[in-house]
Design a protein around this ligand. Structure first.
Ligand SMILES: Cc1cc2nc3c(=O)[nH]c(=O)nc-3n(C[C@H](O)[C@H](O)[C@H](O)COP(=O)(O)OP(=O)(O)OC[C@H]3O[C@@H](n4cnc5c(N)ncnc54)[C@H](O)[C@@H]3O)c2cc1C
Ligand SMILES: *[C@@H]1O[C@H](CO)[C@@H](O)[C@H](O)[C@H]1NC(C)=O
Ligand SMILES: *[C@@H]1O[C@H](CO)[C@@H](O)[C@H](O)[C@H]1NC(C)=O
Length: 519
């Protein structure tokens, strides 16, 4: 069994009502929305800006038939709003768009595949959206076969498919629908990270449009500190037009998955066992995955699904998982697929429910990074999840993920060498709430529920949250590191490259300053 199926999702969409509700954020501990009014877009934007853009760039307004597709996001709640979207297709287009926005003192916000769900994004109101998705076709394998140039708007699935045809692979997001650069800038978890490291660890260099529109190269020789900062806190510093990115020969095309499904009463057994297997010295090709979701065929309470995901043949995996079979799961399945089929076979394909961006959905994602399973906290989290998912039909396709990526190659990279601050954590716990937009009562309920699950799952450990899963009410140190030197260094680099805080809308490193809407 996999993630909630389309059949369940479809039953939700039937009751969808396109009511428009104001979505002002009401969390007590969330920084207040800064209410500087955005100046209107000059009416001569087409005359003034278009001639500076490449012929294939588009300036799209809300009245355009292209608008809904251009503006829709994976999560529609607390989303940014635009008065125009510029669909760029070259690096120069990005630079000209930034200069234009600056000249008219209009905030700008660059996005790629639209999956970022950080709740502070609603602070971006009526500015200029810079859509990078037309850069998405741009990928080119270097003749050395060791790296590829990847465009700033590239989608995970397109990178996987392009490279696969050439006998290559590289770290990308697990879900085919997400951007490549977005995850990369925050670290970038991926199926092969135990073997080759985070997405950020593959970057040989970036081409970056800075806050003032200037274009620079960023690597370990040029703009070195910026290179450090952009691998972990990258959303704060510039717009990546392309990245020079390591790729690898496919040595083992096969991936195997064993899925063990348990009833809720087995939670303690499963995670006590799982903790013993989390020694960090195991096989870097072996990942431990967990999902909780409603599966009435097995239990009226959410089921606990425990999975081994392995880069190798099923027969090999079965040798590694003998003692898991001894736990006597309530249901069991297994499969063996080629790498491009791995995500779809787990329910994470580009067109599948968990990935979909159709403009109708509110989603609330959180991330809690921990070193091991705290069984008592998991039980609390599970009970909080079960209580609401079982009683509120609107939320029935919500699920919780317990991501146990392998970490060997991630931890082999020196901790101080990039801004990514969570190399020590081995697990990413992620409640994901799905519901239809248009009902403020439900929105509030989802927020309360999400916070309840976050607090339960965090337990007593120092809070840490993967920046690309962060909600926005976590301490800034939870995202960027508790060692004081980390934030000091990030803020120093910020001052140098973005003194006015133009890039302050996605998980800002300066949540306290109120410069250019920089929280
Ligand atoms: C279904 C789903 C699956 C996911 N799977 C994974 C996963 O496997 N691994 C993982 O690590 N994370 C994963 N994530 C989290 C993911 O890293 C973030 O959602 C990320 O922001 C998605 O990038 P995007 O281009 O789709 O989103 P967008 O909303 O377009 O981008 C998010 C932010 O990234 C920045 N950004 C994007 N592109 C650029 C660029 N070229 N230059 C500068 N800034 C840029 C912008 O600040 C933007 O606000 C997943 C999220 C979802 C919803
Ligand atoms: C919608 O936008 C995406 C990029 O975000 C693009 O790939 C797709 O072709 C567009 N679809 C339509 C119908 O215009
Ligand atoms: C919103 O959701 C609540 C809770 O399920 C429900 O009672 C209410 O009728 C819904 N309101 C609308 C307008 O659909």
């Amino acid at each position: 069994m996999r993630l909630p199926s389309l059949a369940v999702a479809a039953s939700l969409l039937v009751s969808f009502t396109p009511a428009i509700e104001a979505c002002t954020f009401q969390h007590d501990d969330f920084p207040t929305v800064i209410s500087a009014r955005t100046p209107p877009i000059p009416s001569d934007i087409l005359d003034k800006l278009s001639p500076k853009l490449s012929p294939s760039a588009k300036i799209i307004f809300p009245s355009s038939p292209l608008w809904s597709n251009a503006s829709q996001r994976w999560n529609e709640l607390s989303r940014p709003t635009y008065s125009a979207i510029i669909e760029v297709s070259t690096e120069r287009d990005i630079s000209e768009s930034v200069k234009y926005a600056n000249k008219h003192n209009i905030p700008f916000f660059a996005f790629s595949q639209g999956h970022g769900s950080y709740y502070g994004l609603e602070r971006f109101q009526d500015g200029i959206g810079i859509s990078l998705s037309s850069l998405s076709r741009k990928i080119e394998l270097d003749s050395s076969g060791k790296w590829a140039t990847i465009g700033g708007g590239m989608r995970s699935k397109d990178v996987i498919d392009y490279l696969w045809k050439r006998g290559k692979q590289t770290p990308t997001g697990g879900c085919g629908c997400v951007g490549v650069i977005g995850p990369m800038l925050g670290g970038g978890h991926n199926w092969i990270q135990g073997q080759v490291g985070l997405m950020a660890d593959q970057v040989l260099g970036f081409r970056v449009v800075l806050a003032n529109g200037e274009v620079v190269s960023v690597d370990d020789k040029t703009n070195k500190d910026l290179f450090w900062a952009m691998r972990g806190a990258g959303h704060n510093f510039g717009i990546v037009s392309e990245a020079k990115y390591k790729v690898y020969d496919v040595k083992e095309p096969k991936w195997s998955v064993e899925t063990f499904t348990f009833r809720s009463s087995r939670l303690e057994d499963v995670y006590t066992y799982a903790n013993k297997k989390l020694n960090g010295k195991g096989d870097p090709r072996l990942l431990m995955w967990g999902t909780w979701f409603l599966n009435p065929a097995i239990d009226e309470k959410p089921v606990i699904q425990f999975q081994w995901i392995y880069n190798g043949p099923l027969a090999e995996l079965k040798k590694l998982s003998k003692d898991t079979h001894a736990l006597k799961a309530d249901a069991y399945t297994s499969m063996e697929v080629d790498y491009p089929e791995l995500s779809p076979s787990l329910g994470y394909g580009a067109e599948q429910y968990a990935c979909q961006t159709d403009g109708r959905g509110n989603r609330l994602l959180r991330g809690i990074d921990v070193d091991q399973y705290d069984v008592k906290s998991l039980r609390k989290w599970y009970d909080a999840f079960a209580a609401t998912v079982m009683t509120e039909p609107t939320f029935q396709t919500s699920f919780c993920i317990l991501e146990g990526y392998s970490t060997q190659a991630v931890q082999a990279v020196p901790d101080k060498s990039t801004a990514y601050a969570l190399r020590g954590e081995r697990l990413l716990l992620a409640p994901a709430i799905f519901w239809q937009k248009g009902n403020a009562t439900l929105d509030e309920k989802a927020r309360k529920w999400s916070k309840e699950m976050y607090l339960a799952a965090s337990g007593s450990a120092k809070k840490k949250s993967y920046v690309n899963y962060a909600h926005g009410d976590e301490p800034v140190e939870a995202l960027y590191g508790y060692e004081p030197w980390r934030l000091e260094k990030l803020r120093k680099v910020k001052k140098q490259y973005d003194p006015q805080g133009k890039f302050g809308f996605f998980n800002p490193i300066n949540p306290a300053t109120q410069g250019h809407r920089d929280m």
